[in-house]
Design a binder for this molecule. Structure first.
Ligand code: HEM
Length: 484
């Protein structure tokens, strides 16, 4: 009998010790988490975070905490306890994600809209495979040569409708251009009924990006998911048509778009399974989000920053007029490399991307404990790599709030610089990086060489996403040959 009591006491001690050490471990880990304030229960510091988004200095939320707790701190925003990094080196390690420590962590409504097979949510080998395919295609000189003509066409059609002295809402106008280019790149849809349908349904789909995650009939999320179904139906039809065409040509024709790339993929050795149709269709629809939530803002803010900086506008005009004259005299078409070789225009684009902070930060979740530069991030915690904090830090950029394209003459080529990360970095570096810069270059070239303009009063808002409050109204006047 005594031995039985002893046995149970021992079991009790062991179980108690197990739970105690687990709890102790948790408490110790909590103690090691970077300093900071988790704010009020549930609300955390969300109100202060959102309020800063409505000021001209949204980064003030981060700056205040950085000065109190250091470059990496904890807070609680949008219902999530989170470790925020404003340190370029820590951000680099998070984005590189060498040990597969981090996975994407989006708010629930965004996760619902993306779908679990989206390139934005998948991980591991499948992610690497799809990222490499899409990135390789978007960066290819063949695509850039072909898409240059489409971008020129879309820009010229749009500019041709801007009448002298009429008020133009830049954001509305550039959306027509960027959407047409995006669907051309993704699935070769040109102007017409299909494009109009995609535009309408995408507009409805994207409205649910930031909303309450409730999926009942009548709610925003429900309507957005319905629009996604409509988009998927059309993309499925396009994929079916393409599959037939591929069979007829024995897959020998040129690769025209992202659908072609994904349909033809059968692994390097030909042993890997083909990607399923549902996976391809879903990803084509979901890739419209990163493409279309960013480009119109980039184009609009480039116009805004140039409007506010006459010296930069004058210099970009001179550089682009010179190219235009050269092309007119030689009667040559523009090559994509002509646009990309305009050095000052490239500096204007870098400065626009730095100052606009279109993607202000990247959310991840740690799937295991990790220590970066002495900062401990426990498994299960979310991290926010703040891109804005890096771009607006005085120790990285002199007078960071000033639009100063000339600073890039000293900084040089922006690539591989931890302090310039508008397109993220590492494993998930934006595959649309080069396409975005090309589209910006072509748009700016034709805009500045076609019109002078005066921008009306407007302001940038930073929450929930970066946008102009009034879509940037401008009045334009055509440039005549006597203006040169
Ligand atoms: C100025 C324009 C753009 C900016 C600032 C931008 C920014 C970004 C950033 C910061 C990321 C990284 C997200 C992360 O790490 O989780 C990203 C990813 C991505 N972007 Fe862009 N982007 C732009 C344009 C485009 C365009 C035009 C396309 C498509 C044609 C595109 C397609 C993508 C895709 C598919 C991803 C996901 C990559 C992955 O997770 O592997 N982006 N973008």
């Amino acid at each position: 009998m005594e031995w039985l009591i002893g046995f149970w006491v021992l079991i009790g001690i062991l179980v108690g010790w197990y739970y105690w050490s687990k709890e102790k471990n948790k408490i110790e880990k909590k103690r090691l988490v970077p300093r900071g304030n988790l704010g009020w229960p549930f609300m955390g510091e969300t109100l202060e975070f959102i309020a800063s988004g409505y000021t001209s200095r949204p980064v003030s939320f981060m700056e205040k905490r950085k000065s109190l707790y250091g470059k990496v701190f904890k807070t609680n925003i949008l219902g999530t306890p989170i470790i925020v990094s404003t340190d370029p080196d820590v951000n680099k390690v998070i984005l590189q994600n060498h040990g597969n420590t981090f996975i994407p962590a989006y708010p629930k409504s965004i996760r619902e809209l993306f779908g679990k097979n989206s390139i934005l949510q998948i991980n591991g080998n499948l992610h690497r495979r799809v990222h490499a395919l899409i990135g390789g295609f978007l960066r290819s000189p063949q695509l850039k040569a072909r898409i240059t003509k489409d971008i020129e066409h879309a820009v010229q059609i749009s500019l041709a409708t801007w009448k002298d002295t009429q008020e133009i809402y830049v954001e509305d106008e550039v959306k027509k251009i960027t959407f047409a280019v995006l669907v051309k790149v993704l699935m070769s849809v040109g102007p017409g009924e299909d494009l109009d349908f995609l535009k309408r349904e995408f507009g409805e789909f994207i409205k649910g990006l930031i909303c309450l995650p409730i999926k009942l009939p009548g709610t925003r999320l429900y309507k957005s998911l319905k629009a996604k179904e409509n988009l998927l139906k059309m993309v499925k039809r396009i994929v079916e048509e393409k599959k037939i065409a591929l069979k007829l040509t024995d897959e020998k024709g040129p690769i025209m778009d992202a659908v072609d790339v994904l349909l033809r993929e059968n692994g390097e050795s030909g042993e890997t399974q083909r990607l399923p149709d549902d996976f391809i269709c879903g990803n084509i629809v979901e890739m419209m989000i990163p493409g279309e939530e960013t480009m119109p803002t980039a184009l609009t803010l480039a116009v805004k920053f140039l409007s506010d900086c006459p010296a930069a506008l004058q210099q970009i005009l001179v550089e682009n007029m010179e190219l235009k004259k050269r092309k007119t005299y030689s009667c040559d078409d523009y090559a994509w490399t002509d646009y990309m070789s305009l050095q000052f225009t490239q500096n204007v684009i870098s400065e626009t991307l730095r100052l606009a902070n279109i993607i202000n930060g990247i959310w991840r979740k740690a799937v295991k404990d990790v220590d970066i530069k002495g900062y401990f991030i426990p498994q299960g915690w979310c991290v926010l790599a703040s891109l804005t904090s890096v771009h607006m830090d005085e120790s990285n950029y002199e007078n960071p709030y000033q639009f100063d394209p000339w600073r890039w003459e000293k900084i040089g080529a922006a690539v591989n610089n931890n302090c310039f990360i508008p397109f993220g970095g590492g494993q998930r570096l934006c595959p649309g990086l080069e396409l975005s810069r090309l589209e910006l270059s072509i748009f700016l070239h034709h805009l500045v060489t076609t019109y002078r303009w005066v921008a009306q009063q407007d302001a940038v808002v930073y929450f929930p996403t970066v946008k102009m409050k009034r879509k940037l109204p401008i009045r334009v006047q055509a440039i005549t040959s006597s203006d040169d």
